[in-house]
Design a protein around this ligand. Structure first.
Ligand SMILES: Cc1cc2nc3c(=O)[nH]c(=O)nc-3n(C[C@H](O)[C@H](O)[C@H](O)COP(=O)(O)OP(=O)(O)OC[C@H]3O[C@@H](n4cnc5c(N)ncnc54)[C@H](O)[C@@H]3O)c2cc1C
Length: 431
């Protein structure tokens, strides 16, 4: 098989939120960057859809917010859910000190397409799809590049810095031999679609009943549904049969009775394994991991995308200038970890607390659940909802863009790239 060799300043494995945002920011700051993504496109429906107020603030700082919000999206100003028979509002984003007091629900493939289109306006940006990173290049215990499998042949990339942004099953962190601490997760998620009817209206996001949790994301013409199960419980569920599963869904949301038959077989139900972990050290000489590759996030609170983007902004702020000149020191890579480690640890600690104290209990309950005391306080004193609003919407230690902008290509590209905004993926697959 033919091997193609290229040289760049920074090679990024993985075109998810972390990899694409870092690629965009580095190219915008005049650094040569190559992002390698193993899939042929970004159209996979397993991804979360949440773009948080702090990420929207970053889009504003980049001068992209107005254009971005032209993509089809839903604005969610409050998060609410049904616990047993009680409907409660848990978080209020309207008082946040940001331009956007809401979470924008935008299919993630639209967000990534948007970033890719804008990044391509900078001469230093390159994106290689269908490139599966499967090895690292080493010289004297320093990472000096990577290897990727292409549909026809191999690609060898020599780079001053390799970034692992390849998600929670990161190959890069394994290849680099970085030690990982598994923090455990008591649940997995079943991912399925049900059609949306014109009279559905806006539904509560989450529903909790004895032993079951169900979340519905509005994706325009269909509902993306998440059914939370105990870790490893999928086989037991399958043994009970598809009809029992459909029945459970209707018990959680009776308005779905007219369409649960759309779940025709178990092939329509995808198992997404949840893991929460983090690297002890996010870097080696010549290599850095960010996003889920450095710290896999639980879906609790839907904050993983935001953290991945915050990592990318911090990494670009610290590394862009030195990278323009050449290789970056280990001390600078350590600085990225030091900057992002605290918010990561605190967020994971909160997620684990909720996983163990709420989700584990709910999944083992046999009697109808009642809202816990803290949730009743949120009901009684609405202003308290601003606290979870702040934690979810802004996260801890929100980052701001400090990287400069080199001139984007305008003459060759003509006008800005077209707005694409697709709401239905043409293909789906696991991460
Ligand atoms: C069931 C579930 C639901 C979730 N829902 C939400 C939510 O609603 N909101 C939220 O904020 N977070 C959510 N999360 C967490 C969120 O998905 C992650 O924290 C976030 O996607 C991390 O972004 P990332 O860029 O680091 O990694 P990823 O989004 O995983 O992106 C990694 C990219 O790398 C590519 N890749 C992988 N291996 C290779 C390779 N060897 N070579 C080349 N490319 C490779 C992948 O194809 C992918 O595009 C959820 C997580 C789970 C498990």
């Amino acid at each position: 098989m033919a091997t193609e060799t290229v040289t760049t300043r920074c090679a990024i494995a993985g075109g998810g939120p972390a990899g694409m945002m870092l690629g965009f920011l580095l190219a915008r700051a005049g650094v040569d960057v190559l992002v390698l993504e193993k899939h042929a496109d970004f159209l996979r429906d397993f991804r979360g859809d949440t773009i948080h107020p702090s990420t929207l603030e970053i889009m504003h700082e980049l001068g992209l917010l107005d254009e971005f919000l032209k993509l089809p999206h839903q604005k969610v100003r409050e998060l609410s859910g049904a616990i047993g028979d009680e409907t409660v509002t848990i978080a209020d984003f309207t008082h946040l000190p940001t331009r956007c007091g809401f979470i924008a629900f935008i299919p993630q493939w639209d967000f990534l397409d948007f970033l890719a289109d804008r990044a391509k306006l900078y001469p230093g940006f390159k994106l290689k799809m269908k490139a599966v990173v499967d090895d690292l290049l080493w010289e004297d215990r320093r990472v000096v590049g990577l290897k990727a499998k292409l549909p026809r042949g191999m690609l060898e990339v020599r780079a001053d810095l390799v970034v692992g942004a390849d998600g929670r099953h990161s190959a890069v962190r394994d290849l680099a031999g970085l030690e990982c601490e598994d923090l455990g997760a008591p649940m997995d998620v079943l991912w399925l679609r049900l059609s949306k009817r014109a009279d559905d209206g806006s539904q509560t996001l989450g529903r909790i009943q004895a032993g079951r949790m169900f979340i519905m994301l509005d994706r325009g013409d269909y509902w993306q549904c998440a059914y939370v199960i105990s870790k490893g419980g999928f086989n037991e569920l399958r043994c009970k049969g598809l009809e029992a599963f459909r029945h459970d869904i209707v018990a959680l949301n009776p308005t779905l009775a007219d369409r649960v038959s759309e779940i025709a077989s178990w092939d329509d139900v995808k198992l997404l394994t949840v893991r929460v972990d983090r690297l002890k050290r996010w870097y080696r000489p010549g290599l850095l991991c960010i996003g889920d590759a450095a710290h896999a996030m639980s879906p609790v609170g839907g904050v993983g995308i935001n953290l991945a983007i915050q990592d990318a902004v911090a990494a670009a702020n610290i590394l862009a200038e030195p990278l323009r000149e050449g290789a970056v020191s280990e001390a600078l890579l350590r600085k990225v970890q030091e900057r992002r480690q605290w918010p990561t640890r605190m967020t994971q600690a909160l997620q684990i607390f909720i996983q163990n104290r709420v989700i584990r209990n709910v999944l083992s309950m046999t009697t109808p659940p009642r809202p816990p005391f803290a949730v009743m306080l949120l009901k009684r004193f609405p202003w308290l909802r601003r606290i979870p609003g702040r934690l979810i919407g802004m996260g801890l230690r929100p980052e701001h863009v400090h990287t400069p902008e080199v001139r984007a290509q305008t003459a060759a590209a003509g006008s800005p790239p077209p707005m694409r905004g697709r709401s239905t993926p043409k293909a789906s697959g696991g991460g």
